[in-house]
Design a protein around this ligand. Sequence first.
Ligand code: NAD
Ligand code: UD1
Length: 340
Amino acid sequence: MKKKILVTGGAGYIGSHTTLALLEAGYNVVVLDNLCNSSVKSLQRISTLCKIAPEFIQGDIRDRTLLDRIFTSHDISAVLHFAGLKSVGESVTTPLNYYENNVSGSINLLQAMKQAGVFDLVFSSSATVYGESKVMPIREDFPTGQPTNPYGRSKLIIEQILQDMAKSEPQWCIALLRYFNPIGAHPSGMIGEDPNGLPNNLMPYISQIAIGKLKKLSVFGRDYPTPDGTGVRDYIHVQDVAEGHLCALNAIRERNGVNIWNLGTGVGYSVLEIIKAFELASGRTVPFQVIQRRSGDIAECWAAPEKAAKELGWTAKRSLPEMMSDTWRWQQKSPNGYRD
Ligand code: NAD
Ligand code: UD1
């Protein structure tokens, strides 16, 4: 029987796209998700799309008994670990919740993996661990910086735990994937990003304006040292991010220890460029006003993608117009996300 991949957080935004890519590539997938920020509908839609249902276990990565049961009853060969809380603002108001979910949850998962003899792990990290880099593009060998919030610190702490663990236990094969700014949706428009309440991030905010749910975008600052004064980021299609996981999963089999790869395109776009690109793709106007900078924001951030290209044979393929039109298709097909 084929070995299985455990995907924690597999019902969420990036996890659902990756689960679909895994199933399409012929993997058997077990999803563990407590649905605190997602819906089982994403998994149902995956089944419709690829005619295979991932096995779903509703539960929490902090539940050690459950994890032990999963590892005993399934022949798991590797874990893709997406589960965690990700709202920067919320992490400032409830830091303990973030450290408990993200850090304690990850430690619990690692202990269960070790006991089960499963040592292949792909971890969802973030470009936020670089802090405010003065040099662009950002390479993996740049020192990590000072994340400005508990969410970012939780990612950095988990990275450091994984480094320490791999040093003392050489059987681990770990990928730290540092995502830049994942946006977009599956081209079918069936699965996509479904933020709870008011979106914090740029792309879902813009698409909710275009669909008429929100009125006006606040552009956080136009006085950055960037070409048009607004923040510049490396937006990457979620389908490219998903494919990056499959490549990392293959690559770690031959590489012990901790391997760090940026998942970015290598190109930065400003907030104003994103607004324009979305208007072009959707045919809708996105009204905006410039307000003061958001605390904790940096001027610019984009990836050096060469290491991933060389070592994983992976590059981001999808263009900015594709990211915009796929976001818009998802938003139109599911104006209320998975709540319909
Ligand atoms: P998401 O919130 O859509 O997905 C996370 C999933 O984990 C959700 O389905 C949620 O229900 C689940 N979950 C949370 N805590 C859990 C727990 N204790 N036990 C079991 N399930 C739990 O987020 P996403 O955008 O898909 O992000 C996936 C991962 O990638 C996260 O770890 C996030 O921090 C990281 N990341 C995301 C971005 C981004 O821009 N979306 C950027 C960098 C890193
Ligand atoms: C944010 C988080 C980062 C997290 C990432 C993915 C902060 C400080 N950083 O990154 O830790 O990993 O999301 O979840 O929150 N913008 C506006 N108006 C808006 C929203 C955003 O102008 O309403 C601007 C921002 O100033 C930034 C750009 O758009 O220049 C992208 O913002 P966002 O989508 O929130 O991503 P990041 O800030 O890069």
